[in-house]
Design a protein around this ligand. Structure first.
Ligand SMILES: N[C@@H](Cc1ccccc1)C(=O)O
Length: 504
């Protein structure tokens, strides 16, 4: 009988009496485990071997487990302290026993919640007793920790292991272990003689013309074979989604804006009709630049028009802020808190010259805010900025654009809330439903730019609707994770990043 090389090796090495694991066979034959697995399944299909699967559970101590290994389980420490305090004779004040045990913080709760369960004594109305017959040396959890630390990884006592697992003191991993045994047919085949046939993975034109295909053994695909896991580099899902957003917007007829991360407050705020005494413009919220402190160039006529709008408003009935406006303040440099600074640069004609309606522009770029870190806020995030300049735009155009955009990501349940921005009227916040928690989360802010902003920029005969959406929040709606810090930063969840499927 002719068989592929690896199958011959498995047949010759396997035995009819003792099952051998894939790893043993791999060692003995000098083949890779995945090759042996494939060969074993092929042989099983021919009835020459049986492949048995078993689950092997290994346990490893967590940091907390190792800590208790050194210091003793908190409940045992409490028991010993209680004994020392004489709690086996008569009840002792809790505070005294805890003080003596040296337990601190969470350890105290842990000790208390395990103390009575394990029969070390009782806790009642602030007093603790210790059962003189209890024996910490026969604490099965403590012994299991010792055994694991001593390298005895196969602990049989499942209940104890499960407890340690639920206490977070060990981490259990399950692995499928396959082993191979010869069948009677396998033994017969061996006795009749097997030899290695070169196995061929792919049929070539040469084989067809030469007729060689008649003599070769073709290897079969085995989609069940265990394969090595590769965790090679891959594009980060945030970057992937950013690119996907760009493709979608380009598909909707938008062009991409580019501009500086560090910009003058003029472009970031003043051009947006943000009064200079607006709370968001204080040093608490912005990351100001120390060096250089100011922008060199600002277009003088634009500065004059923007100052005019701030002081006097726009049009015959216009009314300004009547608050101070200072050019030095406008020149100060900071990390942009939104990419609407790019929109002001483009709308003013500063970036690529005067633009005639209709126009559509976007950017997917980083912005920086001095927020408090929490599950939905980081100090920097990606904003999906965009605007459309056309005649007679209405809120319906704005909503329609959002519906179309978000639908490309499977999000069809947007909700809107009226909002206030100094530069838009009307303004709306957008919300989507988190697929896991069902909570409404804010995904963006939008509106129609008001005259006080557009007139100084020189946009006179068209409307401009605009938005700033969060890329990270979009990611949360698409992938369902709950903490932004899982995705980037030092706490990121590598497993999530590795395993999240690419969606397109
Ligand atoms: N700049 C706003 C987003 C926005 C852009 C354009 C118009 C309206 C709102 C923000 O960062 O929240």
């Amino acid at each position: 009988m002719k068989l592929p090389d690896a199958q011959v090796a498995v047949l010759e090495t396997a035995s009819a009496q003792d099952a051998q694991t894939i790893d043993d066979l791999a060692d003995a034959t000098d083949h890779k485990p995945e090759t042996i697995t494939g060969a074993a399944f092929d042989l099983e299909e021919q009835g020459l071997v049986v492949v048995e699967s078993a689950t092997d559970e290994t346990a490893e101590l967590t940091d907390e487990g190792s800590q208790y290994l050194d210091e003793g389980l908190p409940e045992v420490r409490l028991y010993e302290a209680a004994l020392d305090a004489g709690a086996d004779e008569s009840p002792v004040q809790m505070g005294q026993a805890i003080g003596q045990s040296g337990l601190e913080g969470q350890e105290v709760d842990i000790a208390l919640s395990n103390y009575a369960r394990k029969g070390y004594g009782s806790i009642d109305s602030g007093e603790i007793t210790a059962d003189a017959d209890a024996d910490p040396d026969s604490d099965s959890e403590a012994s299991a920790l010792d055994a694991l630390a001593a390298g005895d990884a196969d602990v049989d006592d499942d209940d104890t292991l499960d407890r340690l697992d639920s206490r977070g003191l060990v981490e259990l991993t399950e692995r499928t272990v396959r082993s191979v045994r010869l069948t009677d047919d396998g033994v017969t085949a061996l006795m009749e003689g097997v030899e290695a046939a070169e196995s061929v993975g792919q049929l070539t034109p040469e084989m067809l013309t030469s007729g060689e295909w008649r003599d070769v053994e073709f290897s079969e695909y085995n989609v069940e074979a265990d394969a090595a896991e590769f965790t090679g580099g891959k594009e980060h899902i945030l970057r992937q989604t950013a690119n996907r957003v760009k493709d979608v917007l380009v598909g909707m007829g938008f062009e991409e804006m580019q501009g500086p991360h560090v910009d003058a407050d003029f472009w970031i705020n003043d051009c947006l009709f943000m009064p200079q005494d607006h709370p968001a413009r204080t040093h608490w919220d912005r990351f100001a630049m120390d060096q250089p402190r100011e922008i060199d160039e600002l277009p003088a006529d634009l500065v004059e028009r923007v100052e005019g709008a701030h002081r006097n408003g726009v049009g015959p009935d216009g009314d300004g802020y009547h608050s101070p406006w200072d050019e030095d303040f406008a020149r100060a440099l900071a990390l942009r808190g939104h990419t609407t600074s790019l929109s002001t640069r483009y709308l003013s004609g500063e970036q690529i010259g005067e633009l005639e309606p209709p126009q559509r522009y976007f950017s997917v770029e980083k912005v920086y805010r001095n927020d408090t870190l929490d599950p939905t806020h980081l100090l920097e995030f990606f904003q999906i900025e965009g605007w459309v300049m056309a005649e007679d735009l209405s809120v319906r155009d704005l909503m329609g654009t959002f519906e179309e955009f978000y639908a490309q990501f499977g999000i069809t349940d947007l909700e809107y809330k009226p909002h206030y921005n100094p530069y838009t009227e009307p303004s709306f916040e957008l919300f989507g439903t988190h697929p896991e928690t069902g909570e409404l989360i804010e995904v963006g802010n939008s509106g129609i730019f008001r005259e006080e902003m557009l007139a100084p920029l020189g946009v006179e005969d068209a409307d401009v609707m605009a938005w700033g959406l969060s890329l990270e929040r979009l990611l949360m709606l698409i992938y369902g994770f709950e903490d932004i810090r899982d995705v980037h930063g030092t706490l990121c969840d590598l497993e999530l990043l590795r395993e999240t499927e690419v969606m397109y």
